[in-house]
Design a protein around this ligand. Structure first.
Ligand SMILES: Cc1cc2nc3c(=O)[nH]c(=O)nc-3n(C[C@H](O)[C@H](O)[C@H](O)COP(=O)(O)O)c2cc1C
Length: 217
């Protein structure tokens, strides 16, 4: 049974848009995915350049290709399979356990969404320092990413922002025919969640805010 939460207020949604890493393989209708993607493209961007492009991956072989490389990247970073102590830790720790599950089941998510961003040097990088490929314009793409996460939550879909693909981004470009003037900013597995949504755990704004100058509360 899929939870529909479209009647939740914005403040309900924003307060419990947790990273959902355990997803059911149940299909997600394409009209629902269009709602998600159309929410993404409502985001603001500098001079309204809208420098995002999506690759929505639903083909089983393409998801498997990605999941295998994601797991290898994860393994090279955390050594789960080769280090039993680490593996045990992942089983007993909530968030790490979820990360571990995500790694093993990534290819089962109905969709992997690659959010790509046009490469663009930040203003502060001097002309003479602009060597090689510019990074994607992260700042211009993240509002779009957050809209996507909020839309997923609103529609009862689980989603989690991931960045581990950076480890194999060159291969990713080649496999998915992504041109070099775009970088892959995030990969978001999307599907109906196995567990329940719940509130995020964050430090209150009052503990993160100074009045008029840094340090004054
Ligand atoms: C820039 C950025 C990079 C992230 N990279 C990953 C990632 O590679 N894998 C992952 O599972 N989650 C990733 N996350 C999600 C965070 O781990 C998650 O939002 C955070 O731990 C808080 O958990 P919650 O959203 O469930 O409350 C990333 C989030 C951001 C903003």
């Amino acid at each position: 049974m899929t939870e529909s939460t479209e009647d939740l207020s914005f403040f309900d949604i924003v307060g419990n848009v947790r990273a959902m890493r355990r997803l059911k393989p149940d299909p997600v209708p394409m009209n629902v995915m269009w709602k998600v993607l159309n929410a993404g493209v409502q985001a603001p961007s500098g001079q309204n350049t809208q420098p995002w492009k999506f690759v929505l991956v639903g083909a089983a072989d393409r998801k498997k290709w990605f999941a295998d490389r994601y797991a290898a990247a994860f393994e090279s970073r955390f050594g789960l399979k080769t280090n039993p102590a680490e593996r045990g830790k992942y089983r007993t720790n909530g968030q790490l356990g979820a990360l571990y599950h995500q790694m093993d089941h990534l290819h089962e998510a109905p969709y992997l969404l690659l959010v790509c961003g046009e490469r663009d040097w930040p203003f502060k990088v001097a002309q003479e320092d602009r060597v090689g490929l510019a990074p994607p314009n992260y700042g211009a793409v993240y509002p779009c990413v957050q809209n996507i996460l909020l839309a997923c939550r609103s529609l009862g879909l689980g989603a989690a922002l991931t960045t581990m693909h950076q480890v194999f981004e060159e291969e990713l470009h080649e496999y998915f025919d992504i041109p070099q003037d775009f970088g892959v900013v995030v990969t978001i597995p999307i599907g109906y969640p196995m567990g329940r949504f719940g509130p995020v755990t964050r430090t209150p704004a009052a503990d993160k805010t100074y009045l008029d100058r840094w340090g004054a509360s």
